[in-house]
Design a binder for this molecule. Structure first.
Ligand code: ACO
Ligand code: ZN
Length: 176
């Protein structure tokens, strides 16, 4: 059936920006943003793998049809970063917003929407790695409640350390 309106695809809005689920026709846009914003780049198969396995947690920010940011995530089962237990962790693999569109709340909206999706996939906590020098990203994560759990020595291929940052996801009270 023809879809007349795509408005239901919009998960959130930030000013004129729309947060939507990634679709494969945006692959080139997302790969370009990833290359522009970050030294950690991946083959197209990796983006598609994440989209196929965790579609609700691979999101883009768009303005007038132009993609300006993305977040992609996966769910992992393993040792908690918050306590001694096995748990399901939502892992932020990569997030970026194009330079001309920063400090408008786009990454905040992407991350919040991704956390919600990861909860739907059963995640109990969130985790990510970030360069110890990446003040903008670390500030963003701290603002959303993430804490530095440990330092991963020489995590990046150029030898820089990473912070492993994590946060507990609250129980949903939607049904109350
Ligand atoms: N300096 C200090 N604090 C900052 C900065 C900055 N340059 N940028 C964001 N923040 C903090 C602030 O607290 C900000 O709130 P405020 O604007 O009210 O002060 C808060 O983060 C939220 O900012 P947003 O507007 O939501 O973030 P933005 O859309 O600008 O995107 C991002 C932030 C994704 C880190 C962007 O700067 C970027 O794309 N950087 C390059 C790519 C990158 O480093 N990605 C993260 C790598 S780690 C990983 O992917 C797991
Ligand atoms: Zn990671």
């Amino acid at each position: 059936m023809e879809r007349l309106s795509k408005e239901e695809d919009v998960i959130a809005t930030v000013g004129d920006y729309k947060i939507k689920v990634f679709s494969a026709d945006k692959l080139a846009d997302v790969m370009r943003i990833n290359k522009t914003c970050l030294p950690e780049n991946y083959p197209s198969s990796f983006f598609i793998y994440l989209h196929q396995n965790f579609p609700k947690a691979f999101l883009i920010a768009e303005k007038d049809g132009e993609v300006v940011g993305y977040i992609m995530c996966r769910v992992e089962y393993g040792l908690s970063n918050m306590g001694i237990k096995l748990t399901r962790k939502g892992h932020v693999v990569s997030i970026a917003v194009m330079p001309g569109h920063r400090r408008k709340g786009i990454a905040t909206a992407l991350l919040r929407a991704a956390e919600k999706a990861l909860k739907e996939y059963g995640a109990k906590e969130m985790m990510l790695e970030v360069r110890v020098s990446n003040t903008p990203a670390i500030s963003l994560y701290k603002k959303l409640g993430y804490k530095e759990v440990k330092v991963l020595k020489r995590y990046y291929s150029d030898g820089e350390d990473a912070y492993l940052m994590a946060k507990e996801l609250e129980e949903d009270d939607d049904e109350k």
